[in-house]
Design a protein around this ligand. Structure first.
Ligand code: SAH
Ligand code: SF4
Length: 378
């Protein structure tokens, strides 16, 4: 078999998937686990190098399978050490992945969709429209590829020494719209025979798809970040179209349900601060009321502009006052440091390439009118 399209890509199969596949080849369960360790612990991509697998097994794998991650089109390193890859996912689409090194951890921010259909007003990915869900292999492939390259560049050879200690699903796309592929990828991240990350070190960020939050809780309850961005339905409806489907009372109820399963005893609320739109003390007051009864922390993200965004960064003093207000109300609140903005790797700046299938351009005209309206209210 030479045609790559006909081969089974093993990269996206979680433990159960690999066991079932190996059994279909007449191989025992422990062989599947050995194979899993080669692929995801050693980040090995060539069956020939999997030296402790029987030759006959390797021959079968070579004949029928492949280990195929998305190919990088380029990667860039920022002045602050942040590294960004652009991965080709076919048909003119490309997604972005960002590695953020810090003193005590290395965090990889991965994408889950080519584009996003949620259309949030302040987001560069949303503005690009939507093409398709990434496959499980494409989601986990970003981690596989990044870990492999980072290890090579740092000269790390022991598979137990991981460069990436944390993963956040905060890149392009809405992960809960792609649960079928995100769940096996998350399982691989947590599995000790793969990346072995604890549930606390894997964070999924959602704009608030409440039904899927329950599904995630039942399947693989990793740490949850919820993009809140407004204290009232009136304002949230304007900047996040999803709110018209699932308003704040539904979202808060879903957060409370999730907490029963969450690996940490709080939910992180992300709050993009848009200058003159949602960054005043009245908004902070509204938030304190809104989240009463939901154990949470806040992460304030000063808006990162992108071409044609029409929205403004908040003033530094407004961010500080907002943070102080929440802290005084007893809510732990951090302000996200902007990393990698010289390579457009900051939150909301990820654009990749998206062949839009959703006639987004037409809806943008309407969004622009909304942004202008919001700024006038300043
Ligand atoms: N779709 C998911 C995850 C991807 S977006 C979600 O919306 O949560 C990751 C985070 O970046 C979200 O909190 C999002 O609101 C934020 N974000 C989007 N655009 C931004 C921008 N221009 N500046 C700062 N943060 C932004
Ligand atoms: Fe999609 Fe998240 Fe961007 Fe909204 S903020 S458009 S949900 S990626």
């Amino acid at each position: 078999m030479t045609d790559s399209g006909a081969r089974v890509n093993l990269l996206g199969l979680d433990r159960d998937g690999l066991i079932a596949y190996c059994e279909s080849l007449g191989e025992k369960k422990f062989r599947a686990i050995q194979l899993q360790r080669w692929i995801h612990r050693h980040c090995e991509g060539d069956f020939e190098n999997m030296t402790d697998l029987a030759k006959s097994f390797r021959a079968k794998l070579q004949d029928k399978c492949e280990i195929r991650a998305p190919q990088p089109i380029w990667d860039k390193v920022s002045m602050d050490g942040t590294r960004k890859w652009l991965f080709d996912v076919g048909n003119g689409n490309a997604v972005e992945t960002v590695f953020i090194p810090e003193d005590d951890r290395g965090t990889l921010c991965i994408s889950t969709q080519a584009g996003c259909a949620m259309g949030c007003l302040f987001c560069s990915t949303g503005k690009q429209g939507f093409n398709r869900n990434l496959t499980a292999a494409e989601v986990i492939g970003q981690l596989w590829h990044a870990e492999r390259e980072l290890r090579a560049s740092l000269g790390v050879t022991d598979p137990n020494d991981r460069v990436i200690s944390n993963v956040v699903l905060m890149g392009m796309g809405e992960p809960l719209q792609n649960l079928d592929n995100v769940i096996p990828a998350l399982k691989l991240m947590l599995d000790d025979n793969s990346y072995g990350l604890s549930r606390r070190r894997v964070t999924l960020s959602t704009c608030g798809l409440v039904l899927q939050m329950d599904k995630l809780a039942a399947a693989v309850p990793v740490a949850l970040a919820v993009s809140l961005h407004a204290p009232t339905d009136e304002l949230r409806d304007m900047i996040m179209p999803i709110n018209r489907k699932h308003p704040l009372n539904e979202l808060m109820a879903a957060c409370k349900r999730y907490l029963a399963h969450a690996p940490r005893d709080y939910i992180t609320f992300e709050y993009v601060m848009l200058g003159g739109v949602n960054d005043q003390i009245e908004h902070a007051k509204g938030l304190v009321k809104l989240v009463k009864g939901v154990s949470c922390k806040f992460n304030l993200i000063p808006f990162n502009p992108f071409p044609d965004s029409d929205l403004k960064k908040p003033k530094a003093e407004d961010v500080k006052a907002f943070q102080d207000y929440l802290m005084k109300a007893g809510i732990v609140t951090t302000v996200r440091k902007t990393r990698g903005d010289d390579i457009d790797a900051a939150c909301g700046q990820l654009a990749g390439n998206v062949k839009d299938k959703t006639r987004r351009a037409e809806r943008l005209v309407q969004q622009k009118a909304q942004a202008t309206f919001l700024m006038k209210k300043e």
